[in-house]
Each structure stands twice: as C-alpha cells, then as structure tokens.
Design a binder for this molecule. Structure first.
Ligand SMILES: [Ca+2]
Length: 369
C-alpha cells in the first residue's frame, strides 16, 4: 500500500460553484496522499509527521509522510461496528511527546446495548501497537435499539481539559435534554475521564457532572477557535437544520425543542426554530450538508485561508470554508464537490489540509498551494 508522491496524479482544482455560491478564490492542488483505508473517520498528526488514522470497522493505522499506510496497529480495543458505529475519533494527549498517550472515541456494545465509549491507551515507541488500552468513560445509558448518532469527536482545550461530543442515539425519548444522561452532550473531562471540579453542573444532585453543554443531536465537529479560545461545534440536524454552535458552559443548545430542520417525513419537530432560553446556532444549513469533522486553519501555506473554519461535509459532499470574525461566521465557500463523501479535515504540520473520504476504499486527499 505504498504510494510514493511522485507516482500520484496531481489535479488542478476546478471546484464547481452551485447557484449563489462563491467561486473558489484561492488556487490549490489536490494530491491523493494515501489510499486503501476503509472508511477513515478521524486522525491526528504525531510530532514526527506521521498521521494516526482510524478506520470505522475497528482499526488504527499510521500514514507516513510519503503516504505509505502501515499494517493495522495491534492492541486496539474492540468496537461495535454496525450502523454509524465503529472506531471513530482519535486524539493525542497535549503532552503526547513524552506521555505517548492517545484517546479513542468509538462505539461499544455493553450490557444493555450500544454506547459511545472513550478509551485511553499509549502508542508503543515503534508505532506498531497500542499498550494498556482501557475504557475511561461510557456515555451511559447504553441503548438496545439503533446503531446511529454516536457523535464521537474529541478536542483538547487551551484550559487543558478534554472535550468529548456525544450523539443522542436517534431515539424518540429526548436524551439530549436529560442532564442525568450522557447522550447528546459535549462533556468536559480530566485525562482519566472524570468530571472536572469547575464544570458548570458540578455538585448538582441528579446531574452528570461531566456535562459541559446539552441539547445536541449528533455532533461530529469539535474545534477550539485559536483566536478567541471558544469551543466551536458542528452537528447534524434532521432534514435541514445542520448547525455550527459556539459552546458556553452549562448552556442548552435546544435539540429537540428547537431546530431549523424538520423530520425526515416532513413533520415539525419541537416548538419552532428558537426560544429565548435556548442557545441559537451561529450558522445553519438548510438544506442539509451533513457536517462531520471541522478544523480552523492557522497555517502559512494558504495565507488567504487563515481564520477560516473548514467543514467536511458528507451529503452533498464537499469541503466548506467558513470565513469568521471573532465568534461569528461571515461567509461560506464550497469546495471539492466532486470528491466523494468527506468525513473530516485536518491541518497538517506543513500547513496543508488533509481530508479523509468516507468510502469503502477511502483516501486521504491533500490540498496544497
Ligand atoms: Ca441547536
């Protein structure tokens, strides 16, 4: 599965612009950086430049700077790989260079059903295996029915805390509004998966103290804005109503009480699009784009893109570039509409963008000037 860059076709980008959408302003090339990955979902660059990437059926691999894909790592925990579940996100501890610690978010089958699980492990020095993989948090309660909406994105904050987005598991019972339930939330955690003493609901009886924000449907995008320090999040609505939110501690983001979308059969959900006591999204997509992973661009390779939030969209496929000012979205450009379903976007240490495609024969695309 070795793919030397020299042997790869280079494409001149000619993104199609839909009605009312801006043409691509910044020229870039698309390089097929790596291939042969089955439904890659999440990734993290190691300090040595290699990319640790998950495959949804339950694997982890390392992709070298030359695009060579390693054999699956050993010591990886089992996952529940049905429906939208599987091995989903991976993140490095902030002190990875010395601690070798990584975090995995994945679906897991336990007594009572399936849930979103956070697992901690160490990456062996040779990069071929995980050591000591152990679960540190289950987004309880598990659910017998359904294998969708796990959420499952991990982000570390400038405050040193670990944040985990969990889905509401697509049930009629509104889990997202229950504070004794870890589904449909963004959680704020210590490195061992425990809640932090200064969490917004700490010490409240009957409430899970891990909860940072609630009222989320299926959040798969989570990234700190490096300029404002705020935590940005993207989540799927039902039919329409996909959202970008700026998360404030203890706030309620509304699902399923308010949404800009409707149900898949066209029926109304909840009470309308907004309510004064519920947080409104800062950006909404109707019709849906199915936003998964997000990344702020801070690199030097594309100076015109600095300050943008990139969003990998599954359906219709594309890479969305949101221009921002402070904690606001000021514009949107749609790129890569013809490259298949896009699962997530990462900024590489070289300032290039790396995009994981959601395909059985999945690829990593590299955008470079
Ligand atoms: Ca909302």
């Amino acid at each position: 599965m070795k793919h030397p860059l020299a042997a790869l076709a280079l494409y001149l980008a000619a993104p199609m612009a839909g009605p009312g959408l801006a043409e691509a302003q910044t020229p870039f090339r698309i390089v097929e950086y790596a291939t042969g990955l089955e439904r890659p979902w999440g990734g993290a660059f190691l300090p040595d430049g290699r990319l640790l990437v998950t495959e949804r059926p339950g694997r982890l691999r390392l992709v070298g700077p030359d695009g060579a894909v390693s054999a699956p790592l050993t010591g990886v925990p089992p996952v529940e790989a049905r429906g939208q579940g599987g091995m989903l996100d991976v993140a490095l501890a902030p002190d990875f260079a010395t601690a070798r610690e990584i975090y995995l978010c994945h679906a897991m089958l336990v007594q009572g059903g399936a849930l979103t699980r956070l697992t901690r492990a160490r990456l062996a020095m040779d990069g071929a295996s995980l050591e000591g993989a152990a679960p540190i948090l289950d987004a309880a309660p598990p659910q017998e029915q359904g294998r969708n909406h796990y959420g499952c994105r991990i982000a570390f904050g400038p405050d040193g805390a670990m944040y985990l987005a969990t889905g509401e598991r697509q049930v009629t019972k509104p889990r997202a509004q229950r504070l004794d339930d870890l589904g449909g939330k963004v959680l704020r955690l210590a490195r061992n998966g425990a809640s932090l003493a200064d969490n917004p609901h700490a010490g409240r009886p009957g409430v899970r103290a891990e909860v940072f924000t609630h009222g989320h449907r299926n959040p798969q995008g989570l990234a700190f804005n490096p300029w404002t320090g705020s935590l940005w999040q993207a989540e799927f609505g039902a039919r329409g109503g996909d959202e970008v939110n700026v998360l404030r501690p203890g706030r309620n983001y509304g699902w399923p009480l308010v949404t800009h979308g409707v149900d898949y059969d066209g029926s109304r959900i909840g009470e309308g699009v907004s309510r004064p006591d519920l947080e409104a999204p800062i950006h909404v997509w109707t019709p849906s784009v199915s936003p998964s992973g997000i990344a702020f661009y801070t690199g030097d390779a594309f100076p015109a893109w600095r300050g943008s939030l990139f969003v990998a969209a599954l359906n219709p496929p594309g890479l969305l570039r949101l221009t921002t000012r402070g904690d606001r979205v000021t514009g949107e450009e749609r790129l890569l509409g013809d490259r298949g379903r896009l699962r997530t976007v990462l900024q590489g240490p070289d300032g290039f963008l790396y995009i994981l495609t959601d395909e059985g024969r999945g690829r990593i695309l590299q955008l470079r000037p």
